[in-house]
Write a protein that binds this ligand. Structure first.
Ligand code: ZN
Ligand code: ZN
Length: 355
């Protein structure tokens, strides 16, 4: 079968013929119909810096959906022909984080103080993923999706889940004001998810060079755009909120100065959710965090609960997720898709092995 493989630790990926997967005990065979390219896939495409924990060679793809076509254990026969999306996390089910439902943080009982991606993050990283014609997946990791959902949307549910996880971690309520820093794929998907929360204001900040993505943010439901290279972003948020500041700031850019701005954009008692990953350590104005009782929270990955919530949000038709799809390419053209992603063209690139 054809697959997108990270064969070496250097630049690039290869679309090559590999052996079709053989099913182990509790695995089912998923015929992949759509897989999307994530920011982490782009990082791995450019080289494996900070991805020492990823095994190579590995078939990439942790955001994907398709149809179950074969099972190994007759007890899972009912899954055959179901349309499913894949949860890339394989938790141990026993550790403290698993017992509290935080399967996105499960380290299989080891390494809880190492803040690297949880050991439960498997498909597309530590085990073969879904940028291929077929994938062998544990039966507990396939989640049913409704027939009515476009397969391209199903293929990016895991990515949409990151924004949904941010909402789960937040105290957001109708009538609040929110800022999303950074109009990248995660920032835009968050805006799409926030568009239905009846917020007083939903402000997006970015650079003039992000013009297309900022205009898309407006289409998705942002009420105001702040061009952070034209006007100090904190000042702009202050003006737009009559000096009140924002109840919730979602930082998705990972740019260190934006983290500082994020604290300052908050109203007293507000919260800053860090979704983007910063390349370097950042000093935050701690006196302001203390005096303003600002809550700073990290947001990472998704749980099964997050994914089920994301499936139901996408199935409701109330969120403009489809507008995030900018490219639909056959698997053979994966490199074209990765290049588009690296050059920040469009938003979500969907690969379709069957087209
Ligand atoms: Zn992802
Ligand atoms: Zn666990």
């Amino acid at each position: 079968m054809k697959a997108v493989v990270k064969t070496t630790r250097g630049h690039g990926v290869e679309v090559i013929e590999v052996e079709a997967p053989k099913l182990k005990d509790d695995e089912v065979l998923v015929q992949v119909e759509a897989a999307s390219i994530c920011g982490s896939d782009l990082h791995m495409y450019e080289g494996m810096h900070a991805y020492e924990w990823v095994a190579t060679p590995v078939i990439l793809g942790h955001e994907f959906a398709g149809k179950v076509v074969k099972v190994n254990n007759p007890a899972h026969a009912h899954l055959i022909n179901s349309r499913v999306m894949i949860n890339p996390y394989v938790p141990c089910g026993e550790c403290k984080n698993c017992q509290r439902g935080r399967t996105n943080l499960c380290d299989h009982g080891q390494g809880a103080m190492d803040k690297v991606p949880a050991k439960s993050l498997q498909y597309g990283f530590r085990q073969n993923g879904g940028m291929a014609e077929y994938a062998a997946i544990h039966y507990q990791n396939v989640l049913p999706i409704p027939d009515s959902m476009p397969i391209e949307v199903a293929g990016m549910l895991e990515a949409l889940g990151i924004g949904v996880r941010a909402l789960e971690r937040s105290e957001i309520q109708p009538g609040d004001t929110a800022v999303v820093i950074g109009p990248g794929p995660i920032g835009l998907s968050l805006i799409a998810s926030l568009s239905n929360y009846r917020l007083k204001k939903l402000i997006v900040t970015g650079l003039s060079a992000d013009e297309e993505r900022l205009q898309l943010a407006k289409e998705l439901g942002a009420t105001d755009i702040v061009y952070a290279d034209q006007i100090p972003d904190v000042e702009a948020v202050s003006k737009l909120t009559n000096g009140e500041g924002a109840d919730h700031v979602f930082e998705t850019s990972g740019f260190h100065q934006s983290l500082v701005s994020g604290v300052r954009m908050c109203t007293k008692g507000g919260e800053l959710l860090l979704v983007g990953i910063s390349a370097k350590e950042t000093v935050l104005p701690s006196h302001e965090i203390v005096r303003g009782e600002i809550t700073v929270k990290g947001v990472y990955g998704v749980t099964e609960q997050t994914l089920r919530q994301t499936i139901s949000m996408a199935a409701s038709g109330k969120f403009p997720y489809q507008k995030l799809i900018s490219h639909v390419l056959p698997l053979e053209k994966a490199v074209e898709g990765f290049e588009a992603g690296v050059q920040k063209q469009g938003v979500k690139v969907i690969l379709k092995p069957l087209c």
